[in-house]
Every structure is written in C-alpha cells, then in structure tokens.
Design a protein around this ligand. Structure first.
Ligand code: SF4
Length: 380
C-alpha cells in the first residue's frame, strides 16, 4: 500500500487537507487517528470519523509484530508480518533509532549478506515502510530512522522517498536523522537533492578496488569508487551532512594495507565519515570478521591521515538474526513444519554449500545478519 492510497481514502471520506495531515500525523506518531477530535476547531466531518476505525485496522494490518528478539545492548530485532503474509524485519536501535526494510528480499546479491542470497520477493509500498515506524513508535520513542534493513532503497526509490517525506514532515523526524543507505545508484544522486526532505546519505563502499567491489556487490551499479565518492561529496556539500561510508570488515578480503591506502586517498579532504562495521558471520558463507586489533589499527591509520573513522558494532549481536536472518529462520521453520507434515521422519534442513568467491579458504561460521548496509548500533 502507498501513502497516496491513504490520502485518497481520506479524501473520499470528506477529509480536507487539514484533516488529512492531522490523520497522517497521528498515524506516523503512533497516536489514535482521531486524536485531537476533542478540540472543537479540529472536529472532522462525520463521514470521515466513521471511516477511521476501518482505516485504523487497515494500517495496523500493514505490519504486524510476529517475533521480537531483545538484545542486551538495548536493541531489539522485530520480525513483521505484512498484509499478504510476507515478512520483513525492523530493528529497534539504542538511543531512539530504528532500522527499517524497504523491500522483501533484495536484488543486489551482496555475497556476504543473508538477504541478498534469495533475491527480491517484492517491493514494500511507502505505507508499509512508514508502518514500521508507527509500529516501533507504539513500543518506544523513535527519533532517527535508517533505511538499512532488507532491500536496496535505490531499487524502490518512489516508495522510499514518499516515506521519507512523510516521516520528515508529519512524522516530525529531523531530516538529517533520516538516513538513506545505498550501494550507490545514479538515480539516487539525481533525486535526493530535489526532495523537500533531504535525508542523510550512507554509501556502502566495502572496497576501493572496483573489481573487488563488483565481486562483493555483484548487481550494484558499476560506478567506480572514485566517482561514487565524488557524487557523495556533492550531496554532502549541498545538504551540510557528511556522507557515511559503510565498510563491512571481512578478514583477508578488504582489511589489507592496500585498501587502507585507497581509503586515505579517496576520502582525503572529503566531508565524510568512514564507518567500519564488524561482520557477523552467515551460515554457509566463507567470510570472517577482521580482528578487533586490525579494525582498531585501520581506524587509527585513517585518523592519522585526517579522516574521521569509527568502529561500529552491529546492533543485537547476541540475538541470532538480523536483516534477512530472522526471516530466513521463520521460513525454515515453516518449511520444516510443512515437510514434517508430509514426511515426519525424513526431514533434514540442509545447509547451502559454502561459497568462496575470492579464493579464501572455507571457514565455518555460526551467526548471520545482513551486513551490507551496515546497520550499526553506534550510527544513529
Ligand atoms: S547487503 Fe543490502 S544491498 Fe546487499 S544484498 Fe543485502 S540487503 Fe541487499
């Protein structure tokens, strides 16, 4: 469902622009849709008031909580059920942040990401994206929203930008606290500067070497890292917010001295922050996180070269399942139940074969989460 459809329904029920905005404000802020009706000058037409209970039920059905996994770090991973039975994930982050999904699945296919393994199932409508915020706000305050969950926002640009506009206006979220995270797409650099609400931008870089980056992010647009940084810099200067570069640290893949020198060269003098993100292993994938000592050394190296770098911990590392993982677990349980019904004796969940795209040795791993957008506890 799209926000426009909600607006059309409200207008059909006799809402004037002021009523429309009030209802949308109430929804995005997790208040009853008829909030404010007691104030005489705000009373809505009778037909509109009669329509609100049904609309409330429809909006609540856009994203229902199916599972919640609370973490010791104050975050909580949510598995949401959408109106058509598909599932998506949100993460309540410490310090009033929320990470939302923009698609069910993802077509970019980052080789270290659980979500990317199964491809794209469908787009989320703008109302489904906002519904994640409404649901989260019913549980705790949300002052920052990062679009770093399942999906590539650039592949669902109209819906994501509509959601950003509503959240930045009716939702009352500061524009720089809306963080659009992307692997980089020329359409993003064309559209974002034109919006009424201009979000902050996070770019998933992961490598300064075009060839390696193409291997890690196989279906990301082919934009040379240097050009990506130039495009990002233009946006940063236009908005006044630094670009947040995302770099998931993969041991032996993108944590070498050559990459460090490349980052120092690319980001010298740029209005940017480099976020190094700890990798959480995904079952069946042959990547490992870089050591803490190496991550710290990389950060210090960049500081010495005048580049702001931060080490980020992924939120909720102690609760198995992040972007894509909760959904995968739920799907596996569903498959087990289905297979068990058909053949209760012979069912066995088989792991996918290990992948080794860079010639690195296969290594066994135990936990999983979507890494590429670098949703991280410290970021918001
Ligand atoms: S890391 Fe992000 S962009 Fe890459 S496949 Fe996963 S969800 Fe898609």
């Amino acid at each position: 469902m799209r926000i426009d459809e909600i607006r059309q329904r409200l207008r059909a029920a006799g809402a004037k622009p002021c009523h429309e905005e009030r209802v949308l404000r109430a929804w995005t802020q997790a208040r009853p849709l008829d909030d404010g009706e007691r104030n005489r000058e705000h009373v809505a037409p009778k037909q509109l008031r009669a329509a609100l209970p049904a609309l409330t039920a429809q909006l609540q059905a856009l994203a229902r909580l199916r599972e919640e996994h609370a973490s010791d770090d104050g975050s909580a991973r949510l598995l949401l059920e959408l109106a058509d039975g598909q599932t998506a994930e949100s993460v309540l982050l410490p310090r009033d942040g929320l990470c939302v999904s923009t698609q069910v699945g993802c077509a970019v296919g980052c080789v270290f990401c659980m979500t990317g393994r199964d491809g794209l199932r469908r787009q989320l409508g703008s109302a489904e994206i906002v519904a994640q915020v409404a649901l989260a706000r019913a549980r705790r305050p949300v002052k920052k929203v990062v679009f770093m969950g399942m999906g590539e926002p650039a592949h669902n640009l109209d819906n994501v930008l509509d959601a950003i506009e509503l959240l930045g206006r009716a939702g009352g979220i500061g524009h720089k606290n809306l963080v659009f995270s992307t692997v980089g797409d020329r359409r993003v650099f064309e559209r974002l500067p034109c919006g009424v609400v201009k979000p902050a931008l996070a770019l998933s870089l992961h490598s300064t070497r075009a060839e390696l980056r193409a291997q890690l992010l196989p279906r990301a647009p082919r934009i040379e890292p240097a050009e990506l940084v130039d495009l990002g810099e233009r946006y940063a200067r236009a908005t006044g917010y630094p670009i947040q570069y995302q770099w998931t640290l993969l041991a032996g893949v993108n944590d070498g001295d050559e990459e460090l020198a490349g980052i120092a060269r690319l980001l010298a003098g740029k209005y940017a922050v480099m976020n190094f993100i700890e990798y959480n292993a995904v079952d069946g994938l042959a990547f490992e996180r870089s050591s803490a000592a190496r991550a710290a050394a990389m950060s210090q190296y960049l500081h010495r070269h005048g580049i702001l770098a931060k080490l980020r911990q992924s939120a909720g590392q102690d609760v198995a399942g992040g972007c894509g993982q909760l959904r995968a677990q739920a799907a596996a349980r569903g498959a087990r139940a289905e297979t068990g019904r058909r053949n209760p004796v012979s069912f066995a969940l088989r792991a996918r074969p290990q992948e080794d795209i860079h010639g690195t040795e296969e290594r066994s791993t135990s936990r999983g989460k979507c890494q590429g957008q670098g949703r991280s506890e410290g970021q918001v």
